[in-house]
Design a protein. Sequence first.
Length: 87
Amino acid sequence: MANTPQAKKRIRRNDRRAEINGARVGRIRTFIKKVETALEAGDKSTAATALQQAQPELARGVAKGVLHKNTASRKFARLTKAVAALA
């Protein structure tokens, strides 16, 4: 258990940051899900639009430190490839 004031403050701060970061990851996941849903429906224009909206969210996740750079790059590359493969 935390005894020092600094440790108690760190616990409070970590709880707040975990909530904020969880919301960020959830938001990114939602944007990715929109692309995947459009892909399953076979709608290329909607998928391309959703992909354009998802890309800045992935980049923001990297900038904020909730996603690793390579993870975001891999997700974006796979989604881009899937959108391009639609007829």
